[in-house]
Design a protein around this ligand. Structure first.
Ligand code: AMP
Ligand code: ZN
Length: 139
């Protein structure tokens, strides 16, 4: 797609530091290096985010992720890894071509902080049933 940064990277118009590619996917270093080894996996074909991905494309992407994740862990003796995919501006997506972040973790102050707020005191069992039904009705 015209004017898409990751389409330009995947067709070679903009350089990247490449780790792996095949006909369907490209794996390259994230320029921000949130932690050492921060890597992106993208489909070569343009999809904006998870909401318009096909099952075939998500399969192509995720079938490569374990081996790339293991390689990053081994290369720098990482202690863990966050695998993150932001969908939509509200969720922090800034490049609107689907991508998965592989962010190796070394310690709590290594550059990434993921905080899940616990609101379980605000939801009754009935509230959870209602939420589940609203979602199920849309699957
Ligand atoms: P997100 O905020 O989830 O959309 O992630 C977009 C990511 O793309 C950010 O982590 C950026 O650092 C990364 N990024 C932006 N431009 C480039 C580039 N030219 N090469 C590699 N990574 C990039
Ligand atoms: Zn694109």
């Amino acid at each position: 797609m015209k004017n898409c940064l990751f389409c330009k990277i995947s067709n070679g118009d903009i350089p990247c530091v490449k780790l792996y590619e095949d006909d369907d996917i490209l794996v390259f270093l994230d320029i921000s290096q949130t932690t050492k080894g921060h890597t992106l996996v993208i489909p070569k074909e343009h999809f904006e985010n998870i909401f318009d991905l096909t099952p075939e494309t998500i399969t192509n992407i995720y079938k490569h992720i374990p081996k790339v994740a293991r390689a990053i862990m081994k290369a720098f003796n990482a202690k863990g890894m966050n695998i993150i995919n932001n969908n939509g501006e509200t969720a922090g997506q800034t490049v609107f071509h689907y991508h998965v972040h592989l962010i190796p973790r070394y310690n709590e102050d290594d550059g990434l902080r993921v905080i899940y707020t616990n609101h379980m005191d605000k939801y009754s069992k009935e509230d959870l049933e209602f939420i589940a039904n609203e979602i199920k009705n849309n699957i």
